[in-house]
Design a protein around this ligand. Structure first.
Ligand code: GAL
Length: 362
């Protein structure tokens, strides 16, 4: 009898343990994949997406699709499979991994994808640097998709109007709805050319000029009818001091204005290389600098340096270093009061150690 009771107790105990184990197994994902909720940008740091993995989306750009109220960030997927990845967000801090939207397949070098949304045809057009392992093919590639999250399909690749093309940037003019590609061009990137795209953004036009700007990673913004072009020099994966140029027209003439990186003690654009300037909707003059911290090579774990760009009252472009910052630095567009027409910097949020090379180069 005693043995039967013991057996019953043992069975109940075993059942409880099994239920406990099942519950534990079922809840493991909930414990290990808690998405990190970000409330700020932390330039140069690890940046986890919703899947708990560092964002792998380099040398790219961000678009905002009004009808979907969503930001899409495209860039090089340096992990496997290589190609371009896409992440989506509603606040620019927290990103959902939408996966690889185009695999590079047999394209040897696939870099710096830039996507533009064609509202008229409700489709997404991706331009990218198409090249061989030795960077001697030097072409533009173009791909298209009906969905922001792909799949994108390559439709063509060529040298624009016969010119070599390597690093590319893209500018969409909200006033004219025209789009342009700035490309590091002939003689191994000794100059930048700007080419206007066709109305459907699927091809290039012959409006293509040498703007005599040196030389890579071009990002463009427009403020008060002045165009600002931010570029790096040519030193491969190693960062160098950036330069900005101004022009009265997207096609030039451009005038060199020196480095906009203020307090850049490492003289290396806060240890980054520009890839795009994103005008953040909903805020006045809110320009987001998107830079890559390659750390000697494009790798999945390479970081991002996202910083606010200020155009001062005197019309100068400035970037200051912040260890951490958020969008409250900008003035929301609806608050059209007498506030100054420039980025508002709360005194407590700026990292005053701009000269802290250890921090900006970390
Ligand atoms: C950089 C360029 C990168 C990549 C690299 C290869 O100058 O900006 O996109 O092409 O060279 O060395």
């Amino acid at each position: 009898m005693k043995t039967n009771i013991e057996l019953l107790a043992f069975r109940r105990f075993f059942k409880l343990i099994s239920i406990g184990l099942w519950l534990f197994v079922l809840y493991i994902p909930a414990f290990s994949q808690q998405p990190t909720q970000n409330t700020s940008f932390k330039p140069g740091g690890e940046w986890l997406a919703d899947d708990g993995v560092h964002i792998d989306c380099h040398g790219g750009n961000i678009i905002f699709v009004e009808s979907l109220k969503t930001f899409f960030w495209y860039g090089e997927h340096r992990g496997r499979p290589q190609g371009a990845s896409c992440y989506s967000s509603t606040d620019l801090y927290n990103w959902k991994n939408e996966g690889v939207v185009i695999e590079k397949g047999d394209i040897q070098t696939f870099e710096r994808p830039k996507v533009i949304y064609d509202e008229n045809n409700d489709r997404y057009v991706m331009w990218f640097h198409y090249d061989g392992n030795g960077y001697t093919i030097a072409e533009l590639g173009v791909a298209v998709s009906d969905n922001p999250t792909g799949p994108f399909k390559v439709i063509d690749h060529y040298r624009p109007n016969g010119h070599e093309s390597r690093d590319i940037g893209m500018y969409f003019d909200p006033d004219t709805k025209k789009a342009y590609i700035g490309y590091a061009a002939d003689h191994t990137n000794l100059t930048i050319r700007i080419v206007e795209l066709s109305e459907d953004y699927l091809s290039i036009t012959t409006n293509d000029v040498d703007i005599k700007a040196h030389c890579e990673g071009p990002g463009i913004l427009k403020k008060n009818n002045t165009f600002y072009l931010l570029t790096s020099q040519c030193s491969g994966w190693t960062p160098n001091p950036g330069t900005y140029y101004t022009a009265p027209d997207i096609m030039g003439p451009y005038t060199s204005q020196g480095s906009p990186f203020i307090g850049d003690a490492g003289n290396n654009s806060f240890n980054s290389q520009p890839c795009f300037i994103f005008k953040i909707p909903g805020y006045r003059d809110a320009y987001l600098y998107m830079g890559d911290r390659w750390n000697g090579g494009g790798r999945p774990e390479s970081q991002y340096v996202f910083l606010p760009i200020t155009i001062t009252a005197e019309g100068k472009m400035e970037l200051h270093w912040y260890r951490e910052w958020d969008l409250s630095m900008f003035t929301p567009e609806r608050r059209r009061s007498g506030r100054r027409n420039r980025v508002t910097i709360p005194s407590n949020s700026r990292n005053r150690g701009n000269n802290d090379t250890r921090d900006s180069n970390r």
